[in-house]
Design a protein around this ligand. Structure first.
Ligand code: BDR
Ligand code: CA
Length: 315
């Protein structure tokens, strides 16, 4: 089993990621979930993680993360994920309790108390992870790697050059990229290929459980919101990107992905703030610090995701 901490800002695709992760808890030893501020404020992000995990029957510590990025004002994505972060779909189970430990402390203690190295999977802005590394650099040798959804070698979904999670807290990205810990970047280059079609989404309805109905409603909301952007409508008509599932799927099924190692830096200010600059041609002559994913076997990705949904529905 891979011992892992998940840092997330649920978020519709974050909820899909949690579904996938907990369906695979025979292979993942999920020690802790921490919440980042991003798609929605910390209050909603933490509540959503606790209520969703309780709904799917997961039992795990959920710790509250930092309220805002290192230096920049917090930017939200409520236009895409709805005011409640879940496309306004409600989960009425009593949420898991909030941990008495703040996220950074919970991460620190989880890592230091572990006999094995811990993997961190992050699917929101990297604020909590970077704060941990700055405040407690002694954890670095005990982190196996950080697999993150964020960044993009080409293009952006907030500005022409910045992906959302990188844009929200670029200083945190810089800290993580320069940490010396192996980093896997699941940026838009790969996540735009990890999509589910409207036809495939219908399968969620066919499962016929209350859980899959709710997932279906969430995904449909997400699709309707992103379809409003002209680029999306033109290039990705009728499909939804399951960005946040990618870093978790990569851990369990790395053979479905293609990636290469590069030196990557992030822009901290100016028009291109949040751009992750990938030195594909080794112009800087610097050692690679990031494994950049650029391709996925989409159909197998969808198959694995659907298996996870079925697994949770049957529990
Ligand atoms: C990322 O931004 C968020 O809105 C999603 O949850 C995902 O983590 C995609 O750019
Ligand atoms: Ca996210």
């Amino acid at each position: 089993k891979i011992p892992i901490i998940i840092d997330t800002d649920p978020g519709i695709d974050d909820a899909m990621m949690l579904t996938f992760a907990f369906a695979n808890n025979h292979a993942l030893d999920i020690r802790l979930v921490t919440t980042s501020s991003g798609n929605i404020s910390q209050g909603k992000s933490n509540h959503n993680a606790r209520v969703f995990l309780s709904y799917i029957g997961a039992n795990v510590e959920v710790a509250r993360g930092l309220e805002s990025p290192f230096l920049r004002e917090l930017e939200l994505a409520e236009d895409i994920h709805g005011e409640n972060g879940f496309g306004n779909v409600q989960f009425l189970t009593p949420p898991l309790p909030v941990s008495h430990r703040p996220a950074v402390t919970a991460m620190l203690e989880t890592i230091l108390n572990s006999n094995e190295k811990i993997t961190i999977a992050a699917t929101g802005p990297l604020t909590n992870v970077a704060a941990l590394l700055v405040a407690h650099p002694e954890v670095k040798p005990k982190i196996e790697r950080i697999t993150w959804m964020g960044g993009a070698a080409v293009g952006g979904n907030v500005t022409p050059t910045a992906e959302f999670n990188a844009f929200v807290d670029p200083h945190a990205v810089q800290i993580v990229f320069n940490s010396g810990i192996p980093v896997v970047m699941s940026g838009l280059d790969v996540t735009h290929k990890a999509y589910i079609t409207k036809e495939e989404i219908k399968k969620l309805q066919e499962f016929g459980t209350e859980f899959t109905q709710k997932l279906h409603q969430m995904v449909t909301f997400y699709l309707d919101q992103i379809e409003k952007t002209p680029f999306h409508a033109e290039n990705y008509d009728q499909v939804v990107h399951f960005h946040d599932v990618v870093p978790l799927m990569y851990l369990l099924q790395p053979h479905l992905f293609e990636g290469t190692d590069h030196y990557v830096e992030v822009e901290l200010e100016g028009k291109a703030v949040g751009a992750t600059v990938v030195d594909y041609y080794n112009r800087t002559k610097k050692e690679p610090n990031v494994h950049v994913l650029h391709n996925v076997e989409r159909e197998k990705f969808v198959e694995e995701f659907m298996k996870a949904v079925e697994n949770i529905s049957e529990r």
